[in-house]
Design a protein around this ligand. Structure first.
Ligand code: FCB
Length: 462
């Protein structure tokens, strides 16, 4: 029967949906296998939704690659984005439709400190107001302090290439923590140091747009970890108000991007390079957060082995952003030593990323060994058709429940994203939202996945 269905799909010219057929899209009792108090919600970032910004990204958006192609697909610009700066109430209404109990969002450094030492108190006040409204709605704010964008005064000075950023970010963190301590207990210092560095220095598709520079890329990750250590210490020193009375005033996370890497063939070389890639991209950051030792190596280019003060024990929870699996083929002539491909014949999202829920189970059970409780701080897919989102959601939550049964301590899930938004180099083409944005009115319109999302949330034990 299953074969017949697959054949019909093939004959209709559809992709065979291997990986999505196994569980289907039934919600049923899904959610009951999550622990009491499990946080259930969505994630966004300031640059992708607020609109009206002037930062390292808006500058990059205006530029082009040496061959003339625009930096952003279709020459899109973030400009007004989803206008969330002015439409928080609409965003909140969308979260309430989802039955959400958490919202992960970022505060925009370029807005709060547009010039060094010059603070925008009105903007701070607005973020505080958002947090108050979230709490009043029973939604736990999870605030990210750095999510890819930098003020121009910071990027002009070299961004994470310049050690000055460590103290600048520490000061910024203190200020934000002081202002939001009464509302916020969950703090994400940095979003995806590995992605920031790889996209900005290897792929060249994020600012500063440098290509094949694995030496600087690696130094940037190390700098981000130094900054994180100081930010974490600042948060713990400043925020001593337990906003929700659960016994914790400050819980520090890093939102760490993990990606399953497997060798494209069983050859010894592909296997070795897949292992190196996995260590660099997936393991090095949690290892550093646990031990304080930053150990990062690109053979033939750079090795950093450094004990960073304050890094060991600097997170209370590990945040994992999980999307996909890549197959690794060795290519010793390229800067990354590899070419990455998707496995043939598997369902993919609109960006060609394979839908691979087993990978999430794999990371949750693997990183359980570090001993931290974990939160899935991002997980989602670009799906313009909207047909894959519900099965994707069901399968990934199923993977989380399975990981919990297998011993992982998982405390929350934030779907990327609340609504379609400015997807960096992909512009507005890639649609990750549980809500779409009506083009002329910017109204938030629910997709078919809102009801199943809410139904899963309603099954979580209270
Ligand atoms: C992650 C980013 C997030 C979003 C998703 C699709 O790497 O953290 O901002 O772009 O990918």
């Amino acid at each position: 029967m299953r074969c017949a269905v697959l054949w019909v799909l093939v004959l209709l010219g559809c992709q065979p949906r291997a990986g999505l057929d196994e569980v289907g899209a039934e919600v049923g009792a899904l959610g009951r296998g999550l622990p009491r108090g499990f946080l259930w919600g969505t994630a966004t970032s300031s640059h992708q939704i607020e609109g009206g910004l002037d930062n390292s990204w808006t500058e990059f958006e205006a530029g082009a690659f040496p061959d003339g192609r625009p930096h952003i697909r279709n020459e899109d610009r973030s400009t007004v984005a989803t206008d969330s700066w002015n439409r928080f109430d609409e965003d909140l209404a969308a979260m309430q439709q989802l039955g959400a109990t958490t919202y992960r969002f970022s505060v925009e450094w370029s807005r709060l400190e547009p010039r060094k030492g010059e603070w925008n108190d009105a903007a701070m006040e607005r973020y505080r107001d958002w947090c108050l409204k979230l709490r009043a709605a029973g939604i736990e704010p999870m605030v990210t302090l750095h999510h890819f964008s930098l003020p121009r005064w910071v990027s002009d000075a070299g961004g994470f290439e310049n050690p000055a950023i460590v103290d600048d970010l520490e000061r910024f963190t203190r200020r934000v923590a002081k202002n939001l301590e009464r509302q916020v207990d969950l703090w994400v210092t940095l979003n995806e140091p590995n992605v920031y560095a790889v996209q900005g220095y290897l792929a060249g598709v994020f600012p500063p747009g440098k290509k094949d520079d694995t030496v600087t890329q690696t130094k940037v990750i190390a700098m981000m970890l130094r900054a994180h250590a100081k930010m974490a210490a600042a948060l713990r020193a400043v925020d001593d108000v337990d906003a929700d009375g659960d016994g914790f005033a400050t819980r520090v996370l890093v939102a760490h991007h993990v990606r399953t890497f497997q060798p494209a063939t069983p050859s010894a070389l592909d296997t070795a390079i897949a292992g190196l890639t996995d260590d660099y991209a997936n393991e090095a950051i949690p290892r550093a957060l646990k031990t304080g030792r930053v150990l990062l190596s690109v053979p033939g280019a750079i090795t950093i082995d450094e004990q960073v003060e304050g890094l060991a024990g600097s997170v209370d929870l590990l945040g994992l952003n999980y999307y996909t699996r890549d197959m690794v083929r060795a290519d010793l002539g390229s800067a990354s030593l590899s070419q990455l491909t998707s496995r043939k014949g598997r369902a993919v999202n609109d960006l060609g990323w394979e839908l691979y829920p087993d990978g999430l189970h794999g990371f949750l059970t693997r990183f359980a060994a570090y001993g931290w409780p974990m939160v899935v701080t991002e997980n989602g897919l670009a799906d313009r058709s909207g047909r894959l989102r519900t099965p994707f959601l069901v399968q990934h939550v199923t993977a989380i429940e399975r990981a919990i049964r297998d011993g992982a301590d998982v405390r929350g899930y934030a779907h990327w994203s609340l609504m379609d938004n400015f997807e960096w180099a992909e512009g507005y083409d890639a649609q990750f939202g549980l809500f779409t944005i009506e083009e002329t009115t910017l109204r938030r319109l629910p997709t078919e996945s809102v009801a199943p999302f809410r139904a899963i949330g309603a099954n979580i034990p209270r």
